[in-house]
Design a protein around this ligand. Structure first.
Ligand code: 5GP
Length: 195
């Protein structure tokens, strides 16, 4: 998606050789026009598969998940939680996820009631690196007896293995921009998919 690729080039920051910071328009301050156009773009790709639920993980996937779900005729968004709370349902499904940015293992949880068995679920996240977050979400969907119909990502880091592995497994992975490298302050990328 050219508009996203331009935003990453102009407003994104490379940190070290492997972290892309997009706080200026996606992860801290949000450019709402761009966000909703990203959601529409993802929705267009997956509409024919008729997803019933969008699943993401808190917190940075939620905004894009809402934009995509709104464009898919206002289907619900469910976001997996990272913290355990005293008022949580006893019927939480759980999956371990190693966090690439925080270098710690989290457990993500979702209430079984919000993933009814048989539902067609679209996964959305802001970044794809090693694929741990997506795999954790796929595990929750599997445990719930639902079906993963695809994965929509804002920024895939093509130099990390998550995307290639998912494609090998024939997962319908749709990334709006693919970063191919970070050198100093220069982020190189291709535009991913733009249907
Ligand atoms: P993975 O689980 O695919 O290794 O990493 C994806 C998760 O880590 C995403 O949910 C995202 O929040 C975070 N992440 C991975 N790489 C980056 C990055 O370069 N920049 C930012 N902002 N988040 C990242």
């Amino acid at each position: 998606m050219k508009e996203l690729a331009d935003a990453i080039r102009i407003q994104g920051k490379g940190i070290g050789s492997d972290i892309v910071k997009v706080d200026m328009f996606l992860n801290h301050r949000i450019d709402t026009g761009l966000l909703f156009r990203m959601g529409e773009n993802i929705a267009k790709h997956f509409a024919a598969k008729d997803p019933q639920i969008v699943l993401t993980v808190e917190s940075s996937g939620i905004a894009l998940a809402i934009a995509a779900a709104h464009a898919l005729n206002d289907i619900p968004v469910v976001f997996a939680k990272k913290a355990r709370a005293s008022n949580q349902s006893p019927n939480m499904l759980e999956a371990p996820v190693y966090s690439f940015t925080r270098k710690t293992e989290n457990v993500i949880r979702v209430d079984r009631a919000y993933l009814p068995s048989g539902a067609r679920v679209l996964i959305i996240d802001d970044f794809l690196a090693n694929g741990q977050a997506v795999r954790g979400l796929m595990s929750l969907i599997y445990q719930a007896g639902c079906k993963t119909i695809g994965v929509g990502i804002a920024v895939e880091k093509g130099f990390q293995p998550g995307g290639a592995q998912l494609r090998t497994e024939n997962v319908d992975l749709y990334s709006l921009a693919i970063v191919t490298g970070i050198e100093g302050s220069v982020i190189t990328l291709n535009e991913g998919r733009n249907e």
